[in-house]
Design a protein around this ligand. Structure first.
Ligand SMILES: C[S@@+](CC[C@H](N)C(=O)[O-])C[C@H]1O[C@@H](n2cnc3c(N)ncnc32)[C@H](O)[C@@H]1O
Length: 262
């Protein structure tokens, strides 16, 4: 599976840079709202990709460690020339290093790509300090098209219609006007492995339900503090009005914020 991320790394980095529309208008503001104060906090960015979140939180005073199992993704991180520490590690590995040392662990859109996500959660519990926080951001499982026939039913300015399938990357790039009346879901309980396509390259993801995520976080020992389904901030409207309109109706992401109580 990690070969897939190595293959996609360059294109991913070119698109993501220092945070795409989703990160800047939905994910970063919600992370800052939940964490309240990141100054001098030791934060691990699990499945850090090209490191955009680590760079963002460093600006907000955090001491970041970015980990990713893809060597090529880490190469992209290091090309940004920051002082941030990055390590090539698999969070689901039984020998994952570190113990009781982070204030916060963030899985930003990486958990859905881990087959052994329960191992990842046990390791997250182990590496956090007492009263440390776990923040999981995933595509909202209830509004996640698991096949090409699912997702937003979009009508373009020219009257063409299509469904968005697994992701909204294409809509982010498409700045023209479009509308969407429905979000189609037909197989929420189908938990199979599926393929996502990024810029013509494929990666594997694991469809899970809301109860899978919530119960697994609880079983790993965490106490859930909040669940949030944020809309984009108003600043996102000018850059991409059509996408903004859709995502003020149905959330694209869910945030599960929890604490290691002991
Ligand atoms: C969808 S990308 C998200 C990257 C980044 N967090 C972002 O928001 O742009 C998923 C990332 O998780 C990494 N990943 C997947 N499974 C992993 C694992 N078991 N341990 C560490 N990283 C993993 C992949 O290599 C990839 O970079």
């Amino acid at each position: 599976m990690f070969d897939e991320w190595n293959n996609v790394a360059e294109a991913w980095n070119k698109n993501m840079k220092d945070g795409d529309w989703f990160q800047r208008n939905i994910i970063y503001p919600e992370i800052l709202r939940l964490l309240v104060n990141t100054d001098k906090k030791k934060i691990i960015d699990v499945g850090c990709g090209n490191g955009h979140l680590s760079r963002f939180l460093t600006i907000h005073g955090a001491q970041m460690l970015g980990v990713d199992n893809s060597q090529q993704m880490l190469k992209c991180c290091k090309a940004y020339n920051s002082d941030i520490k990055y390590e090539q590690l698999d969070i689901t590995d039984d020998t994952f290093p570190y113990e009781d040392c982070f204030d916060v662990a963030i899985f930003n859109n990486s958990m859905q790509d881990m087959e052994k996500y329960t191992n990842g959660l046990s390791n997250a519990y182990r590496i956090l300090k007492k009263n440390g926080h776990l923040l999981i951001v995933v595509k909202h499982p209830c509004f996640h098209g698991r096949s090409d026939e699912c997702g937003w039913r979009v009508t373009t300015e020219d009257g063409d219609t299509f469904t968005t399938g697994h992701g909204l990357t294409e809509l982010e790039k498409n700045k023209s006007n479009y509308t969407a009346d429905f979000f189609l879901i037909n197989d929420y309980l189908n938990k199979s492995e599926h393929t996502r396509e990024w810029y013509g390259l494929k990666t594997t993801s694991y469809a899970r339900t809301l109860q899978d995520y919530i119960n697994t976080v609880i079983q790993a020992g965490f106490t859930i503090k909040s669940i949030s389904e944020p809309s984009p901030i108003p600043e996102g409207q000018a850059e991409n009005p059509s996408l903004y309109e859709l995502l003020t109706r149905i959330p694209n992401f869910i945030f599960i914020y929890s604490e290691k109580k002991q």
